[in-house]
Design a protein. Structure first.
Length: 190
């Protein structure tokens, strides 16, 4: 690109938009560096998350977690282990009394499919919703638009691509229901 072409593209609104975007990225990086630090006590992390705009009702959020935005709700009594990722192009809702294992990824963003010259088109965000009492094992990935029903257990390393009905165990890639907790309770009563 020639210098004349570059000069013709740089306008005050274009420059201001670029500066605002750079400031937002720097703000996000600084926030994640501070709240994710191993040196940050849980109470301090809780305060930073609340000041940032995350609606957390628990102090039990470990170090090393990454928040891609503010539209996150975490219910009372929930435990978030270290290294979890809250991708946040869409909202993330986590119920009460949940347990998220190490390095769980809650992915809300994807791309629309575009033409052959570049298949990854415009960004697209969809919510991720986790019901009450859910246990998500280490390294599991919950993909955009998925709801995990209350009382579910998502096995370590599972990739959840579709909604999970309540009170079941989901495992695999893609995750599928492999056990029903309600049936197990009925067998125990016999």
């Amino acid at each position: 690109m020639g210098a004349a072409t570059l000069r013709s593209r740089i306008t005050v609104p274009w420059l201001m938009a670029r500066l605002r975007a750079a400031a937002a990225r720097a703000d996000l990086l600084l926030f994640n560096w501070l709240q994710g630090s191993k040196l940050m006590p849980a109470g301090g992390r809780f305060v930073l998350l609340r000041l940032w705009g995350v609606r957390a009702a628990t102090h039990r959020i470990s170090d090393g977690c990454w928040f891609g935005g503010r539209d996150v709700e975490i219910g009372a009594g929930t435990f978030v282990n270290f290294g979890c990722v809250f991708d946040n192009l869409g909202p993330v809702r986590i119920g009460a009394r949940c347990d998220l294992g190490m390095r769980v990824m809650l992915v809300t963003s994807s791309h629309l499919i575009a033409g052959a010259e570049r298949r990854a088109g415009a960004l697209d965000g969809k919510p991720v919703t986790i019901g009450d009492g859910v246990w998500i094992g280490a390294g599991a990935m919950i993909l955009p638009g998925v709801t995990v029903g209350s009382g579910c257990l998502v096995a370590a390393g599972a990739v959840v691509t579709r909604d999970c009905e309540p009170n079941g165990v989901y495992a695999g890639n893609p995750a599928r229901r492999v056990r029903d907790f309600e049936l197990d309770r009925e067998r125990e009563l016999e």
